[in-house]
Design a protein around this ligand. Structure first.
Ligand code: NAI
Length: 331
């Protein structure tokens, strides 16, 4: 199938070209992000392949449909960037790559043992330990919000560290229930020393963590978000960090990341004041949406995306996202 691959970087091309040896789709790469203004690039392509910061909102979808696009192959797990009801109305099928590696654990360990600060200190010849004291993981309660594929893996890894695991999800995962206690989000926030978000971004989960829910968290608790930036109100986090109520914050995603992440902006003046303020805290670690970015996961993403396109060419959609999104809406 002829596929326009949006938002590509050299690593995307290299991985997809290698995986495509055995699929033989016609992949045309563009660095452009999908937006209504760039949808016309897809003229003559039955399929487009999108990443996390491509915007498939109603205007973009209308234009894609007008250009003849009938398939969106997401090379990501989350699908909050696609207006799914509109896509379905337009007859555009949407497929995704269900899951990849849990980066939340890396952020938890970094923040706990202050590796980000230790690394910089040692390079500067400062071997002082002051301010680097961490905690033993097995003394802590970890609250996981969303026990789908990634949340379940993160929960089991953290169980392996000896943590007490508490979880919240409208749908119980029976494997997780064997070692973790399901409860409501308010109960979880009141009990957890570490809160890690693993639910999708939906209208219901937007700013799940805001000033109110931050106040409900235990003083000094750690918050981790590797799911989608819109789950967390960054401004409220800054206030909670300033008064010391929020103990530490690990982010791999940020609500306004589309203008920042995946670009080298190192010689430019940062225009996002909220983001700049977050960077000033010693107890905040931010990575630029790299949770998925391992060799194995990239190969798996490319292979699954191309297999999804093979399936679509045969009118089969095992990784379609429509049914799940409606399930979530009902939930
Ligand atoms: P999944 O679909 O397997 O699991 C999501 C779970 O969240 C489901 O069990 C669902 O019932 C639950 N859920 C939905 N709304 C909820 C709510 N309001 N409260 C509690 N639970 C809720 O998704 P998966 O593969 O585990 O991925 C989770 C999220 O991680 C994705 O939606 C995506 O946004 C994000 N992600 C981020 C990556 C990155 O590179 N930073 C990489 C991969 C995924």
């Amino acid at each position: 199938m002829k596929v326009l691959v949006y938002s590509t970087r050299p690593s995307t091309r290299e991985t997809f070209d290698a995986a495509n040896q055995s699929h033989r789709h016609e992949l045309i790469y563009t660095e452009a992000r999908l937006a209504p203004e760039t949808a016309a690039l897809a003229k003559g392509f039955p399929a487009v392949c999108l990443f996390v910061n491509d915007t498939a909102d109603a205007p973009a979808l209308d234009r894609l449909a007008g250009e003849g696009v009938t398939l969106i192959a997401l090379r990501a797990a989350g699908f909050n960037n696609v207006d799914l009801p509109r896509a379905l109305d337009l007859g555009i099928k949407v497929v995704r790559v269900p899951a990849y590696s849990p980066h939340a654990v890396a952020l938890i360990l970094t923040l706990n043992r202050k590796i980000h600060r230790a690394y910089a200190r040692v390079r500067e010849g400062n071997f002082s330990l002051e301010g680097l004291m961490g905690f033993d993981m097995d003394t802590k309660t970890v609250g996981i919000i969303g026990t789908g594929k990634i949340g379940a893996i993160a929960a089991s890894i953290l169980k392996g560290f000896g943590c007490r695991i508490i979880v919240s999800d409208p749908y119980k995962n029976e494997d997780v229930a064997k070692f973790a206690e399901y409860m409501t989000v308010p109960q979880l926030l009141a009990e957890a020393d570490i809160v890690s978000l693993h639910c999708p971004l939906t209208p219901e989960s937007h700013h799940l963590i805001d000033a109110g829910t931050l106040a409900d968290m235990k003083p000094g608790a750690m918050l981790i978000n590797t799911s989608r930036g819109g789950l967390v109100d960054a401004r409220a986090c800054i206030e909670a960090l300033k008064i010391g109520h929020l103990g530490s914050l690990g982010l791999d995603v940020y609500e306004e990341e589309a203008d920042l992440f995946f670009e080298d902006l190192s010689d430019q003046i940062l225009q996002d004041d909220l983001f700049a303020r977050l960077l000033t805290f010693p107890n905040v670690v931010i990575t630029a949406h790299q949770a998925f970015f391992t060799r194995t996961a990239m190969d798996n993403i490319a292979e699954t995306t191309l297999k999804n396109i093979d399936d679509a060419a045969a009118d089969s959609y095992p990784n379609a996202v429509g049914s799940e999104s409606f399930r979530l809406k009902k939930g």
